[in-house]
Design a protein around this ligand. Sequence first.
Ligand SMILES: [Zn+2]
Length: 250
Amino acid sequence: MKIQKVADLIKNSNYTVILSGAGISTPSGIPDFRSSNSSIWQKHDPMEVASLTAFRYNPLKLFEWFRPLLNLIFSAEPNPAHTAIAEMENAGLVKEIITQNIDGLHQRAGSKTVHEIHGTITTLTCTSCYLQFKASQFLQSFLNHNKIPYCKQCGHLLKPDVILYEEQLPYNTWMLAEKAVNNADLLIVVGSSLVVTPVATLPIIALNNGAKLVVLNNTPTYVDVRAEIVIQDDVAITLPLIQKEVLSER
Ligand SMILES: [Zn+2]
């Protein structure tokens, strides 16, 4: 019943925007790297290794901290939730995707307009000349040979384009995300508990503009009370059902 209602909202919307969080990638085997609940991160206080200050003092420690996550991301595949969103986007029923995830799985599933507000593991940027590189080759040689990535142009250290603690969100990407939310008449939160600011403010911006809100997450969020529909379940199960419903009667 709720699935049908979400499908109807999507079909009746002119501008559906998705806001995704860690919960869409956990079915692909990737834990929330900011969440202290994930056992593999409990060895270190993330602030001690995954902050900008820590990276400047001890870059190796950050890469070592990233190692388990890198291994998981390199072996991960997009799951049916990513695919369902990509297919709805390709059918013109989803316009833009804002994600808190750094794993690049939306794009690998075929999504095109993706705003990665917490950055991405798929590229690295030089800390001196700001030249950007594709990450795969550098990170594979880190994983296999413990080689820290250095700039091919100037020789300085490369930093993953992931937003670390203490770091500002990427300005242009954030502006595009805000614009997407301002254009939206339907915002669907997928697998985000909405506890990290400023991302958590995006549904409020949408609501204040008169957009409708749907929350698909396996735990409650603070905006549930203002949502048209809330489905608390695994998004890798609910999203393909919604997509099937949306695309069946066209
Ligand atoms: Zn450089």
